[in-house]
Design a protein around this ligand. Structure first.
Ligand SMILES: C[S@@+](CC[C@H](N)C(=O)[O-])C[C@H]1O[C@@H](n2cnc3c(N)ncnc32)[C@H](O)[C@@H]1O
Length: 245
């Protein structure tokens, strides 16, 4: 062992030691995150056991790097906000495979979702062909959100999740259209309080059209009267009670 150690350069040994420490540290943090999810009722005891034993929940904090929670947790967070604010209208940017709509079918009465990728849009259309209450739109959410927000007759839960990722085939006018989306909501929304859930908060670092968290908060306060603004589990949660005059 000592001979092997002598043959390995110091820099490599340091790197290996750091990686080991990081792994140990990140598994502790992941366990804490999972315990938090459990105590908040966002995962069941059974899921907690399954995830911890299989090491499946690789998310949130990996030594300072925040990663997204599982889709299941996002689904439950959306359902909770919908129920807490008695919202029956779900508006989503970025349909993708329609998984979030599918998960929320029992929790809302009407669904509106925009997708920029034509192939994904067509697949989602087929998936929900028998659902009259699911309205799918093909387009760039930075601009296509306007007629939807104008048409709705109730306060809504907005799941703002339409953004470009490296594996995507189609890119909109902006990699992250969030400011255009918010501006469109502000100009057209008539029903309050509504809830804006903005996903992938970890990406809001001021690059590739993403504002920083501070800039996002500034825009929100400029556009709306904001009752609460919170960031948890990689999702910005914003309750707006009116637009700014
Ligand atoms: C992270 S996925 C959405 C996942 C989905 N909302 C869910 O919760 O299951 C992001 C989706 O946004 C789409 N997208 C990217 N830019 C967009 C834009 N400007 N307008 C509408 N959709 C966009 C991508 O093609 C992709 O399908």
């Amino acid at each position: 062992m000592t001979l092997i150690k002598k043959l390995i350069p110091d820099s490599l040994l340091t790197w290996i030691r750091r990686r080991r420490e990081q792994k140990r540290f990140s598994s502790i943090l992941q366990l804490q995150s999972m315990k938090e999810l459990l105590s908040e009722g966002l995962i069941t005891k059974r899921e907690f056991k399954k995830y911890t034993s299989q090491g499946l929940l690789r998310h949130y904090i990996d030594v300072g790097k925040v990663e997204p929670p599982p889709h299941l947790v996002k689904q439950r967070i959306i359902a909770r906000y919908g129920s807490e604010y008695s919202l029956r209208t779900f508006i989503e940017t970025g349909t993708y495979k329609g998984e979030m709509i599918e998960a929320q079918l029992k929790n809302f009465d009407s669904f509106y979702s925009i997708e920029i990728d034509g192939a994904l849009f067509e697949k989602a259309k087929n998936k929900f062909v028998n659902y009259d209450n699911v309205n799918l739109f093909y387009g760039d959410s930075g601009s296509s959100l306007k007629p939807i927000v104008k048409a709705i007759k109730h306060p809504a839960l907005f799941w703002l999740d339409g953004h470009y990722s490296p594996n995507d085939k189609v890119k909109g006018a902006k990699a992250c259209p969030i400011i255009d989306e918010l501006s469109c909501i502000k100009d057209n929304l008539k029903f309050y309080p509504s809830v804006l859930l903005i996903d992938d908060a970890r990406l809001f670092v001021g690059k590739n059209d993403y504002p920083t968290t501070h800039q996002l908060e500034w825009y929100l306060n400029d556009f709306f009267i904001v009752e609460s603004f919170e960031l948890k589990y990689d999702i910005f949660r914003v309750v707006v009670v009116n637009q700014r005059p």
